[in-house]
Design a protein around this ligand. Structure first.
Ligand SMILES: [Zn+2]
Length: 452
């Protein structure tokens, strides 16, 4: 059905005075309200068409009424649908329906009709629009809100328009999302070089402290593959769920690093915090030696030495993955550092620096375990860690800003949204297109814009 909308705009301009900036400024102001008015007219026209077809059954065969007039049978205890598709117009509802749209609040007059067959009164436009009986917002609006929340600039989105949505309203959008039931398809282990996880604290409902845990895969190309977000879930449970998603016939052997793993806990926790130095060995050693009774001037040479030894140089580059040809060099440096540290520990014991020796022992164990793992898997430590750090910091920062006081489900959902949008942008776009149901049933173009 083709129709036209005629728009009349009236403007005044001060000849010889107005500049381009002012013209554009005013047009920009007009943009959303113009779209709202157009939308309103389209809906009024649509409502007329529908009620016309439902009431004029002599003119319109049942084929022309296909998909229209679906309603619940009046007084049916089981809430079944009525088969009647003939209705008479009954005017408009007393109150206009307010629907939040991307252009602002739409005030929609709702026409009611009465079914000839069962006598039920209903609004055929609402079901035709597929927005549900009580819906107060449309999906594009939800999309924009979610995007804005992820970017933590939703205030700006709302303030500029007559959109009225509270933090609670945003929470409900996030909780109501089906994101938890999507993006579950199996991941192939062949593409992964490692799995990593980390947790961050969140302030939940009624001041309850919660723990959000995120699991990501690191692909062989060094990209992030979101694997799951969990709130207040134990590590073994998370590991079980994640491993279930990785369905492989062959047993696989990739490292699963999480901050609950013995030996890695401190390490990842430190990194995730981001403020302390990742390689905090020298300072820790200084402290341990101080406990052994050494003054700073005496411990300085030792801590400097450690600084050098643990600063195993890794090849430069953006790749998070260690290339085969670089492995050898790293390995050689690592082996020599390892023996020097072991030597140093021995010396410490001989000199009676027991605290220093035991600190260094623990530090080197952790260090060596990690480096060996990375050499084996090809994932470079600092780069991988900085990648992880970035991922978790991004999520943590956003959660602190928006998810304060949220429920488990909301926190889980929003962090999953953040992850997917950030690291699987194409899948994210696909997901929304599917949700919006863009199928080519509505087209509009500008026919003519002329000065009259
Ligand atoms: Zn009926």
């Amino acid at each position: 059905m083709e129709q036209e909308i005629h728009i009349t705009l009236r403007f005044n301009l001060a000849i010889g005075k107005v500049g381009l900036n002012e013209i554009i400024y005013r047009l920009k102001e007009l943009r959303d309200s113009l779209m709202l008015r157009i939308l309103e007219q389209i809906l009024i026209g649509y409502d007329d068409l529908i009620s016309e077809r439902l009431s004029q059954t002599k003119i319109y065969p049942s084929k022309a009424r296909k998909g229209l007039g679906r309603h619940l049978r009046k007084g049916d205890p089981e809430g079944r649908f009525c088969r009647g598709r003939k209705a008479r117009r009954k005017g408009y509802r007393k109150y206009t329906r307010k629907i939040s749209t991307v252009f602002g609040a739409l005030k929609l007059r709702i026409r009611t009709v009465e079914c000839f067959k069962c006598g039920a009164r209903y609004s055929p436009l609402l079901s035709a629009l597929q927005i549900g009986q009580y819906s107060r917002k449309e999906m594009n609006f939800e999309h924009e809100i979610v995007e804005a929340v992820i970017d933590t600039n939703y205030r700006r989105l709302i303030d500029g328009r007559s959109i009225d949505i509270s933090l609670g309203g945003i929470h409900n959008i996030v909780v109501g999302s089906d994101i938890d039931k999507t993006f579950q398809e199996p991941v192939s282990v062949d593409d992964l070089s490692g799995i990593a996880a980390d947790g961050t604290g969140v302030n939940e409902h009624r001041g309850r402290k919660g723990e959000l845990r995120n699991v990501i895969g690191i692909t062989k190309a060094g990209r992030v593959e979101p694997l799951g977000c969990f709130t207040n879930t134990t590590w073994p449970e998370i590991e079980r769920i994640v491993k279930e998603r990785i369905k492989e016939a062959e047993p696989y052997n990739i490292p699963f690093i999480y901050d609950g793993e013995p030996g890695l806990d401190d390490f990842l926790a430190d990194v995730a915090e981001g403020q302390r130095c990742t390689w905090h060995g020298p300072r820790g050693l200084y402290h341990a030696l101080w406990e052994d009774g050494l003054k700073k001037k005496d411990s300085q040479p030792e801590t400097d030495k450690i600084k050098q030894l643990i600063g195993i140089e890794l090849p430069e580059g953006d790749f998070e993955i260690l290339k085969e040809e670089d492995k050898h060099q790293v390995k050689v440096k690592y082996e020599s550092s390892k023996s020097e540290i072991k030597e140093l520990i021995k010396t410490f014991y001989e000199k009676g620096y027991t605290r220093g020796a035991s600190y260094l022992g623990k530090l080197s164990d952790r260090l060596f375990t990690n480096i060996e793992l990375w050499l084996k898997t090809g994932v470079i430590a600092p780069k991988t860690i900085s990648l992880l750090e970035r991922v978790f910091r991004e999520i943590g920062r956003r959660l602190k800003r928006i998810a304060w006081g949220w429920s488990d489900k909301a926190v889980t959902n929003i962090s999953k949204m953040i992850m997917i949008r950030q690291y699987s942008r194409d899948k994210w776009e696909e997901y929304w297109k599917e949700k919006l149901g863009i199928k080519g049933y509505f087209n509009i173009q500008i026919e003519a814009v002329e000065l009259s």
